[in-house]
Design a protein around this ligand. Sequence first.
Ligand code: ASP
Length: 329
Amino acid sequence: MKRILLIATGGTIASKPTGEGLAPGIDSRELLECVPEAADIGVITAEQLFNLDSSEVYARHWLAMAAHIEERYDDYDGFVITHGTDTMAYTAAALSYLIQYSPKPIVITGSQKSIYARDTDARRNLLDALRYAADDGAHGVTVVFDGKAIIGTRARKMRTRSYNAFSSIDYPELAVIREDRVIPYIESPKPASPVFYRNMDSRVFVLRLVPGQDGAIFDALAERYRGVVLEGFGMGGIPMYEDGRLLQALQRFTRAGRTLVMTTQVPHEGSDLGVYQVGVRALNALEAIEAHTMTIEAIVTKLMWALAQADDSARVRRLFCRPVAKDLL
Ligand code: ASP
């Protein structure tokens, strides 16, 4: 039987009512006791890393999850992390960069309702995640939710209430889990051995362009942040306006040695700044990186990872532009 490590981190799945709304209060052993069928899937060990609403989870916690898995990597065949849904897509993307080429599955799941709610999706999601973690074909970082396995760099929370909360953005699901069967849609060879990274630089800011933005904010951002992700319009257009003021502000930002990543605020199909004059002029004038088909969660966490591995912007760019786990298509 496969050995699976269940790492609980909090979220609605582990929540109980408090005087101030739901908060995590159920531990990993209790979660496992709610799914006695898990004993047929594998030999499961339950551990608690922290117990937080995922709104509280950031780079420090991603590093703790990766380190926890690295320390135990040889002792288990697969890993399941239970996690809140709100920032699950960020965690999935972050772990995809912190643990690359993993031949073992690292599966993240959670639920829209507490595991103790009568109509909960938690039991199904947890069992599905354990099943996927025990599957011979599974590897790398994935989100398993509502019967779907989604590659970690392409997951996005799309709904705040429905059970089908997550989608795979612009890439097919890897598998579906129906009853007790994993049905693969995409199969790929297992990599030989994992590469773990142990740092991230969270000095990254995301700015959504709105019509009329003059860019003055970039001078302030350059003081505090090493990288800014700019969500432009449509294919990625950056307006010139009457006096080129936004572009000049962006130039000052990149000339200060900061990294600018350009993407789109449109949810699907990515950017291509080469199509319109408003994009081409920006590309020619700026030392910017284009994120193309990456999701915003992948862009943010990859930039944090790349900035931590390199001091100079040329190397940050090389690391960022190298595809990892289908983040760039
Ligand atoms: N606020 C919760 C969290 O992200 C929501 C959930 O888990 O569904 O921790």
